[in-house]
Design a binder for this molecule. Structure first.
Ligand code: NAD
Length: 346
């Protein structure tokens, strides 16, 4: 069904320069690999992390360490670009974004300079990775939440720090189209998960954290798990492959120019349900301890996919159990590799 939607391979020649920022991270690393596997010969992947800390290094790609909060660096990053995918941001799961709001807000520098640099470079299309955290938090006070439609971002009462940065950066993208006719595209991601993402260290999100905790419990023989909040908070989770397909189709859909759109699963589960899924994969049952003081975010959040289904006749569909199984086994390998003293990606 989604075949009628245009993708990069349909509209670009293989020597067009694709710039991907945040490429040392989870989603942009996977996106870089995705384009490379489709035969694009000129991909410029950029991240501020040293190259040996990137989650994925893709061969045949120009991989550069650059800090994109600087204007001049963004100018260099976008030189000659046909398309720019800006996914760089200082971010993490709830534990990070509730604690480091200033760092999150500072990511505004990245998009501010990147969108201007892309414009100056004459890039044909510009993609910005926004977030469900832009939505009005007062609409997310109940675990049995009504799924969020694109219009629910206004009147604005975004997540402090991270959400406001995303909302303001969206506005930049919208105005670059309105005033300067640069084609910008804005996807509001709802929790993305999968292999090659952060699974440890404080920036990890719930799916990876739950996998790691279950693996730790199994390994140590301490069959307990600590869950942040009461475990009844609800979310939807999108597998990375769906996210990549969505980015590609959104970026090449002219109906979506400068129009924020949800990119997320609409399969709502509680954090308790998520733990049960991971327990089933691991084949164990754990005693659940709840930490009411830990960061837990809004009570409930889901993606209303009416708009994306209407425009693209598509929505993310990888079953949660299937995606979590792949994620679990990847994290388990990282865990055992690290224990054996081998280098891992998180
Ligand atoms: P990630 O942390 O794995 O990747 C982001 C990358 O950006 C990191 O590697 C980081 O080093 C890099 N970066 C930060 N500041 C930079 C700078 N000044 N210059 C260059 N690079 C810089 O995160 P991710 O999960 O891959 O997220 C990618 C994008 O998607 C982000 O914009 C994020 O806000 C957005 N998003 C992600 C999710 C999710 O569930 N993962 C949900 C909503 C939105």
């Amino acid at each position: 069904m989604a075949d009628k939607n245009k993708r990069a391979v349909d509209v670009l020649d293989k020597d067009s320069l694709i710039v991907v920022s945040g490429a040392g991270g989870f989603i942009a690393g996977a996106l870089t690999k995705y384009f490379r596997e489709q035969g694009f010969n000129r991909i410029r992947a950029i991240d501020k992390k040293p190259l040996d800390q990137w989650y994925q290094r893709v061969s045949g790609v120009e991989s550069l360490q650059m800090d994109l909060s600087e204007k001049d660096t963004c100018t260099k990053a976008c030189e000659g670009a046909t398309e720019v995918y800006n996914l760089a941001a200082d971010m993490g799961g709830m534990g990070f974004i509730e604690r480091f709001r200033i760092e999150c807000l500072r990511s505004i520098l990245i998009n501010t300079h990147m969108v201007e640099a892309a414009y100056q470079a004459g890039a044909g299309r510009y993609f910005f990775s926004s977030s469900a955290c832009v939505y009005n938090t007062t609409l997310q006070a109940d675990p049995n939440v009504r799924a969020l439609k694109e219009l629910d971002a206004y009147p604005a009462m975004a997540e402090r720090g991270y959400g406001w940065e995303k909302l303001m950066s969206e506005m930049f993208c919208r105005e670059y189209w309105a005033e300067r006719e640069m084609k910008t595209f804005i996807a509001r991601f709802h929790n993305v998960y999968g292999p090659y993402g952060t699974w440890d260290g404080g920036r990890e999100k719930a799916p990876a954290a739950m996998c790691r905790k279950v693996i730790e419990a199994e390994d140590t023989g301490n069959y307990e798990i600590t869950i942040w909040g009461d475990g009844r908070q609800t979310r939807s989770f999108m597998y990375i492959d769906d996210c990549l397909d969505g980015i590609d189709m959104i970026m090449h859909c002219d109906k979506l120019i400068a129009t924020p759109i949800n990119l997320g699963s609409n399969y709502l589960v509680s954090i308790n349900d998520l733990v049960s899924i991971v327990e089933k994969i691991a084949g164990i049952k754990l005693k659940r301890n709840y930490d009411p003081d830990a960061p837990k975010g809004v009570a409930g959040r889901n993606s209303d996919n009416t708009f994306i289904k209407q425009v693209l006749d598509w929505q993310p569909a990888t079953p949660l159990e299937e995606g979590m199984e792949k994620t679990y086994y990847w994290i388990q390998k990282q865990y055992t590799d690290r224990k054996a003293g081998k280098r891992t990606v998180s």
